[in-house]
Design a protein around this ligand. Structure first.
Ligand SMILES: Nc1ncnc2c1ncn2[C@@H]1O[C@H](COP(=O)(O)OP(=O)(O)OP(=O)(O)O)[C@@H](O)[C@H]1O
Ligand SMILES: [Mg+2]
Length: 315
């Protein structure tokens, strides 16, 4: 897969403070790339440099084959930015707002109106074209903010915490919109504090802390950095503690099983993530005639991983 964004040794300082410190990463074309890190980690700073809104002190950025030091304007044209702080005009209607932002990219006339209406429909605001932001709820404003960033059909969409303060339904709508944008060919860089969102929609995740890259990879790759164990919880009808002694012994002899713990009607079996052996475990329950009521598997989540890698919590 070709790389659409290449960031090399990016450093950005605010006076004495190094907000982004020698950061390198790349994003494949058509990928949804997540950016995760605590407050002040340097996420927004990285994105503002990448989107040419502020200058860098050191390093290089390439977007769509253009270098930031040579072709800043070309890069600007390729990008749609959805900023962390909602940036819409309070006195313009939803449609006027989106039209204004798309016009900055050269859209005019029918093409402009068409693109603006489509973007508003995309975020579920097509019945609010004439509504002003001040009449909107927080979630609606967030969605308008997104429409303003995507109406000009950018190849790269950069979203900085687009779901802060929106309800579950709007959030689902936004996440689905992001998936659709990718299906249409866009590349997406996505920042959020909601681990489950990042886990759900991002192909790869970069974890940054104090301006530096802590780790980068798929969720499975990140989890494997801190553990190779997955827990499988099997709830049975019979009391395992009482009746399961034999099965417990048998389970312990299976390859890749690291621990077997029984609690009431549930058995927790820790297995190696790499060599998944869930099928063999289930076979034992069937062989011992123990009906399975429920199965749940658990791998360490990104919170645990972040804590392990950095020594402090994400937020
Ligand atoms: N315009 C600015 N002038 C001076 N310092 C700044 C400026 N913008 C950000 N900083 C500082 O740079 C560091 C990184 O901030 P940044 O906004 O990039 O973090 P973030 O990861 O986006 O955090 P958050 O999760 O809170 O949005 C912080 O220490 C912040 O105080
Ligand atoms: Mg930020």
């Amino acid at each position: 897969m070709s790389q659409f964004v290449i960031v090399k040794n990016l450093t950005k300082k605010y006076g004495e403070l190094t907000a982004v410190d020698n950061l390198s990463f790349d994003v494949d074309k058509n990928e949804i790339f997540g950016f995760l890190g605590p407050n002040g980690a340097g996420k927004s700073t990285t994105l503002s440099v990448l989107t040419t809104l502020s200058d860098l002190n050191k390093g290089d950025i390439e977007v769509g084959g253009y270098h930031i030091h040579k072709d800043k304007m070309k890069i600007k044209q390729l990008i749609g930015m959805v900023p962390q702080d909602i940036a819409v005009y309070e006195n313009l209607s939803a449609l006027e707002n989106v039209k204004f932002f798309a016009s900055l990219y050269g859209f005019r006339g029918k093409k402009l109106t068409g693109a603006a209406k489509e973007a508003l429909e995309f975020v579920g605001l097509s019945d609010r074209l004439n509504m002003k932001p001040k009449q909107m709820s927080g979630g609606m404003k967030r969605r308008l903010n997104i429409a303003c960033g995507i109406a000009h059909e950018p190849q790269l969409i950069v979203m900085d915490e687009p779901t802060v303060g929106v309800d579950a339904q709007s959030r689902e709508h936004i996440l689905n919109s992001i998936r659709t944008l990718r299906e249409r060919g866009a590349t997406v860089i996505y920042t959020s504090h909601y681990m489950n969102e990042v886990e759900e929609i991002c192909d790869r995740i970069a974890i940054i802390d104090r301006g530096q890259m802590v780790a980068c990879g798929t969720k499975a790759e990140l989890v494997s950095l801190v553990t190779d164990v997955q827990s499988v919880y099997i709830e049975t009808k019979l009391s395992v503690a009482f009746e399961g002694a034999e099965i417990k012994k048998k389970l312990k002899t299976l390859p890749n099983v690291k621990a077997v713990v029984t609690e009431e009607n549930t058995v927790r079996i820790d297995i190696s993530i790499e060599q998944n052996s869930i099928t063999r475990i289930l076979e034992q329950f069937l062989a011992f005639g123990m009906p399975i009521i429920n199965i749940k598997t658990e791998v360490p989540n990104l919170d645990t991983m972040f804590l392990t890698l950095t020594g402090h919590e994400l937020r």
